[in-house]
Design a protein. Structure first.
Length: 202
């Protein structure tokens, strides 16, 4: 609670706040409207001092005031992946634009994008990104037209489901991913090892 209050005092209305145990950073997303455009800011803070160590930005056309909070929520996620040094490396996934998601290495500065996934409009605009915490090389990208699971280490797509995705989550074992969406508000579960749907809950 203290962390949330401190972040809100520093940055104002936040879209989301993401933190992980043993991760040296906390990530806060905010937004600033400027005329016909809105800029979404990703603030990377030191978990101990709450001092900002870097700020990432993206700008896109302004939609509607009521959509601002939703647009800046769920567009970032953190994961710890096995590192070559003394411990795990922190990775940040973020939607840079409606059709571009990148994975940023936070293990050393300056922070740099190690992988990016681009989709054209038929694949939809990114609504959320989620790491598979059990298998952090996997990243789920949910959009208004599809669910895509990519391996950002190998730089390849693992599976694609052509359905509207309103929410997505990996199971703790890491082998399955569940998504809520489509017009019937059903939950569908896929086995990411084989790229096929194994269950549907309506």
């Amino acid at each position: 609670m203290f962390l949330i209050c401190a972040c809100l005092l520093v940055f104002g209305s936040a879209g989301s706040i993401v933190a992980l145990p043993d991760c040296p950073y906390v990530v806060v997303t905010t937004h600033v409207k400027d005329g016909a455009h809105v800029t979404f800011l990703t603030h990377i803070l030191d978990i101990n001092s709450l001092e900002q160590v870097e700020q990432l930005t993206k700008t896109q056309p302004f939609a509607a005031q009521s959509d601002l909070a939703a647009q800046s929520r769920d567009l970032v996620d953190l994961a710890l992946v096995p590192g070559k040094g003394d411990g795990p490396a922190a990775m940040l996934a973020r939607a840079v634009s409606p059709h571009l998601v990148e994975v940023v290495d936070l293990s050393k500065r300056p922070f740099s994008a190690k992988y990016s996934f681009s989709s054209e409009k038929p694949a939809g605009s990114a609504l959320m990104v989620r790491f598979n915490q059990a298998m952090p090389n996997l990243l789920a990208i949910g959009s208004d037209a599809s669910l895509v699971v990519v391996d950002h280490v190998q730089g390849e797509s693992r599976m694609t489901a052509k359905k509207h995705c309103a929410a997505v989550s990996f199971c703790p074992c890491g082998h399955h991913v569940a998504a809520l969406g489509d017009d019937r508000s059903s939950v569908k579960v896929w086995d990411v090892r084989y790229g096929r749907r194994v269950k549907k809950l309506s």
